[in-house]
Write a protein that binds this ligand. Sequence first.
Ligand SMILES: [Zn+2]
Ligand SMILES: [Zn+2]
Length: 305
Amino acid sequence: MHSQPIDFHPPAEDAAPFLLPATASLFAERADRFAALAVGHSLGDWLAFLGQLSQAQQAALNALPELSLPDATALEQARTHGMPPLNVAARPVAWRDVLRGMAGELATTAPNGAASVLATLAKADDARLDKLADTLLSGEPEAGDVAELPFVAAALQVVFTRLASQLDVKQLQPLDVHAVCPCCGSPAVASVVRLGSAINNLRYLHCSLCNTEWNVARATCTTCDTDKAVALQELEGSELKNAGAVRAETCDACKSYLKIVYQDKDPQVDPVADDLATLALDMLVDEAGYQRSGPNFLLIGAYSG
Ligand SMILES: [Zn+2]
Ligand SMILES: [Zn+2]
């Protein structure tokens, strides 16, 4: 008889606590995932356009030079106070040109509604763009700005992903609050259960802004830390291609939820793209009384926190 060894992976002690973003391919892979998810999807046109937006983010990131990190004193101060090293209120000014560049490029191929928004953004002055960024990061978008905010977010993602990638992972430390990024302090968009030699089956939260990931034990609520009241919900009988690879982790103690995506079910799964291709799952858990704990900045309306 042939017996198979049990594929046991030791718990998190030796696992990388933080994964900084892989700038060479991150947005390009997301673009491919959006394109794949768009095929045959009821929101296919929108997902395909977000694929183009992700491609534009990769091109902008490739063209972006190194940015200035906070100086040694500021980094040490953040460390001492248990704060993330990057401060989203201190945006590198380069983000505005990233936005204008992407907007100008996408305006020619975007669907009608988005094209006029992009044309306006491409010509917007600094003050207008900074106001939009403040609105986005305050978490309280005004109805009149909603159409512009996903593009503002896309540009900010590019610069903060660049900044995060320039940090030394030794400059990061776990924060008391699990649901926010130890690199930039933004909320997580979703969790990823990863494949890979040293990180197999471990759960990482993925930053909604800078694309850094951090390890948090599985079956723990990322909002209130309980491990007693957590359950996984999925779309049963769904025809969505990625339905089996995406679940919602709900917590009955604090009534929050966040999606969790599984690389062993689909190695190409992406926390941002797969989240937006499963809005039906958000509706299901919203109706059951759970509130989403982190935004997807490419769809501001999905987040009411
Ligand atoms: Zn972050
Ligand atoms: Zn909870």
